[in-house]
Design a protein around this ligand. Sequence first.
Ligand SMILES: C[S@@+](CC[C@H](N)C(=O)[O-])C[C@H]1O[C@@H](n2cnc3c(N)ncnc32)[C@H](O)[C@@H]1O
Length: 300
Amino acid sequence: MDARDKPGHGELGDQGLGGTVGEALDETAAALAAAGIDEPRRQARRIMVAALGLSPAEVFAHPHRRLDREEHARIQAMVRRVAAHEPLSRITGHREFWGRDFVLSRDTLDPRPETETVVEAVLARLTDREQPYRFLDLGTGSGCLLLALLSEYPQASGIGVDVAYGAAITARHNAARLGLGERASFVAGDWGAGLAGGFDAVVANPPYIATADLAALMPEVRDHDPRRALDGGADGLAAYRAIARDLPRLLVPGGLLAAEIGLGQADSVAEIIIAGGLAVERVAPDLAGIARVVLACRLG
Ligand SMILES: C[S@@+](CC[C@H](N)C(=O)[O-])C[C@H]1O[C@@H](n2cnc3c(N)ncnc32)[C@H](O)[C@@H]1O
């Protein structure tokens, strides 16, 4: 065995995993902790779920279930990759958002839980779920925002736009998997350019990291999310400026904008949106209490 074959810091040797689910869970959590992975126990449980095809409840309920060789090897392979800072969602190719399963691809951002604040904010503002709203999702990625909304408004329809052709294809695939394909269309394009108006709400989670800050992001993000999903230009606000210009044309009078923002961006983004001709209604916090979504409307 030469140095490359030896288990490194945070990896598991063949003998490292125990023979039962419970032992494997403990060993995995310890290996991930040693590799400096956040929330190692939670990650270890997610690995068990993904590698064994069990529900979280089954992992919890059957700690004495014995692992066969193949299961053991699958867990080991996943542990190595997660210990090397690859997100589990990239390894499995799936991420849950708004209680639904989304397929990811190399062109899509891995959807984040805080982005669900955009969906909540729209639901709180457009309270009649039976209206045939038309939604526009700018920078749709996996399609998670548009598809979450369409799942809540059964009469609504919408368009998702992404500059990455591969993202539009993945979003279309997700729409079909979720049974929403008839009401959702996805196109490759540059924000709202080339789209006619008539939208009741525009949602967007644009790239908002300043270019100079990209290098310091966690490797899970920097090395695995597409750069164009992250890079917001010199001050992180370039996408908001580009989007704001088109909003009065895209929205119906009284139409709503719900845009996700990064840490500390509320005032700057509100200013850009007001300069674009909309009225800012409020800034909604996420579950951590961080200002996360700017809500604005086109005055009628
Ligand atoms: C932060 S990601 C959000 C993805 C998805 N909406 C989500 O919340 O998970 C931003 C998205 O904007 C897209 N994007 C970047 N520049 C764009 C442009 N000029 N026009 C349209 N989409 C763009 C990226 O490809 C990426 O999918």
